[in-house]
Design a protein around this ligand. Sequence first.
Ligand code: RP5
Length: 162
Amino acid sequence: MAKPLVGIIMGSTSDWETMQHATQTLSDLGVPFEKHVVSAHRTPDRMYDYARTAEERGLKVIIAGAGGAAHLPGMTAALTPLPVLGVPVESRTLKGQDSLLSIVQMPGGVPVATFAIGKAGAKNAALFAAAMLATTSKRIKKALDAFRAEQTATVLQAKLPE
Ligand code: RP5
């Protein structure tokens, strides 16, 4: 197994249904990643250790998904110099609007790149991470270019029902 370049973390096992779309996308592109449940509220010490050691362990980018009072992406960004991509998970009560606003509204100085609520956000965060890595990896660039070409071909060939 190659050393992980992307760290995928999520606040709860209940976020997996959404975040699996990030892992699937990275797997399809052949980008090595690791995945863990790290809760800002329930396991703050784990979050601290994870974020503090991420760079020295060789990670290049972190994707953090959380729902509700979604502090994980922002707190992780506060603890590591690595770029953090935030995925707002769709919450049951407020449909992820709470997650989105609590991830996107970071104070100036501590950025979190914030994606769409739910599956599309998880998928796009993975594609974005791959695009960042593709600036220095020909192999990942080739995989990403092939993905884009295939996506375009699929849409061009699509037929609507009669
Ligand atoms: C957040 O609380 C998690 O990211 C999750 O989206 C939400 C609910 O967690 P569970 O109560 O389902 O574990 O920390």
